[in-house]
Design a binder for this molecule. Structure first.
Ligand code: SF4
Ligand code: FES
Length: 379
């Protein structure tokens, strides 16, 4: 909490009443989506479905300037992501540049392609942390989701990362096809020497939304997964930090998406679009700005897009009068838009939303989809 009793970074543009003006928020983290190209075809990918619109990627000089501006803005953590960031030939250079600016660097990768020499170069450039995605504990099922033979290569990357002394998070997206193997996944991560295991139920954006019917776990599966996550926590204790990201379609309170809009984090897409969250490009009339034509700090503080849902002043009822409005920030704007068509609506994941029943109907129908999921590809 900051000095006003508000969660730090959630200072509002809803200022009602007297008192000093709220302190301007500064972002803690930048998610740099270096490219949407990727050799994998995961059906749950949260990248936009229209990937071909992002072929005109920022240059190395552009990204170095963006990192400079992020440092000036107060950003402390840089998450290098995609698509597959390893496909950028300048990745080692960008890591070294970020470290020289004093940024904490986290590489979010599928591990394909990642040679041991490149891993050594990244470690030598000062990479602070590696987050490696794994699709499943069962190799054939993992390769089927990835759309190529990747599983064994990923395990090799994990072992090499530990050999180079890199802190390692294993990230696994949970869906109907793998959620029953949660304990085997935890065993695999522990055996690889991971420091941290992130078990995240599919977030239904982009390709994940397109494939929602095929990926949605049943309520019974979610209940078992929650129990299994607690079991794994008890098994490994402090030896493996376990982060469990809930299935919010199955919940009755929404996630505090991005820790609030324009409050803690920002995203720069491969084409330079500066976004308040990774799925915001779909929102109508947002007025998205691009780092090629405006400084990151100006966009963060002054753009229409970052101010649109900042604070609590934009909220409708029931959020407006809810005691939790500065805890979950009304949930996710993108999910509200996807389900209701209105990005300013209360997230239907909230049990107090007038649209909550729509999610209940979707989860009740889980397991009945006949169609196979569509593999992600960059047309
Ligand atoms: Fe959160 Fe709004 Fe639901 Fe209250 S009504 S719990 S603020 S989403
Ligand atoms: Fe856009 Fe949640 S993903 S606000």
């Amino acid at each position: 909490l900051d000095g006003t009793g508000r969660p730090a970074g959630s200072v509002g543009f809803d200022a009602a009443g007297a008192g000093p003006p709220p302190r301007d928020p500064a972002p803690l983290g930048l998610l740099a989506e270096l490219t949407y190209r990727c050799p994998l075809h995961c059906t749950y990918c949260s990248n936009p479905v229209e990937l071909s619109a992002y072929r005109d990627e920022l240059t190395t000089a552009d990204w170095r300037r963006v990192l400079d501006e992020a440092g000036d803005l107060g950003v402390l953590q840089l998450h290098l992501s995609g698509g597959e960031p390893m496909l950028r030939p300048d990745l080692v250079d960008l890591v070294a540049h970020a470290r020289a600016l004093g940024l904490y660097t986290n590489l979010v990768t599928s591990g394909i392609p990642l040679s041991e020499a490149r891993l050594a170069a990244l470690a030598g450039a000062g990479l602070d942390h590696l987050q490696l995605s794994i699709q499943d504990a069962e190799p054939a099922a993992a390769d089927e989701v990835a759309g190529l033979r990747a599983h064994d290569r990923k395990l090799a990357v994990a072992r090499q990362a530990r050999a180079h002394g890199l802190p390692l998070t294993v990230n696994v997206v949970l869906h109907r096809g793998n959620v029953g193997r949660l304990l085997a996944i935890a065993e695999l991560a522990a055996g690889l020497g991971a420091d941290r295991l992130e078990l995240a139920h599919t977030q239904f954006y982009g390709w994940g939304l397109r494939n929602r019917a095929a990926l949605m776990p049943t309520p019974e599966q979610v209940a078992i997964a929650q129990r299994d996550a607690e079991t794994a926590r008890a098994w490994y204790g402090d030896a493996l930090e376990l982060v469990y990201v809930a299935a919010d379609y199955h919940a009755d309170r929404p996630k505090p998406c991005m820790s609030g809009w324009g409050a803690r984090q920002l995203v720069v897409a491969p084409n330079g679009d500066a976004l308040p969250c990774l799925a915001a490009a779909q929102l109508p009339d947002l007025g998205i700005e691009n780092v090629r034509s405006r400084r990151l700090g100006d966009i963060w503080y002054s753009s229409a897009s970052f101010n649109r849902f900042r604070g609590t002043g934009w909220m409708p009822d029931p959020c407006r009068s809810c005691a939790l409005r500065e805890v979950d920030f009304g949930g996710c704007r993108c999910q509200a838009y996807q389900i209701t068509g209105d990005p300013a609506a209360t997230d239907p994941a909230c049990g107090l939303s007038p649209h909550h029943e729509w999610l209940t109907r979707i989860t009740a129908a889980a397991g009945t989809a006949a169609a196979a999921p569509v593999p992600r590809r960059m047309a």
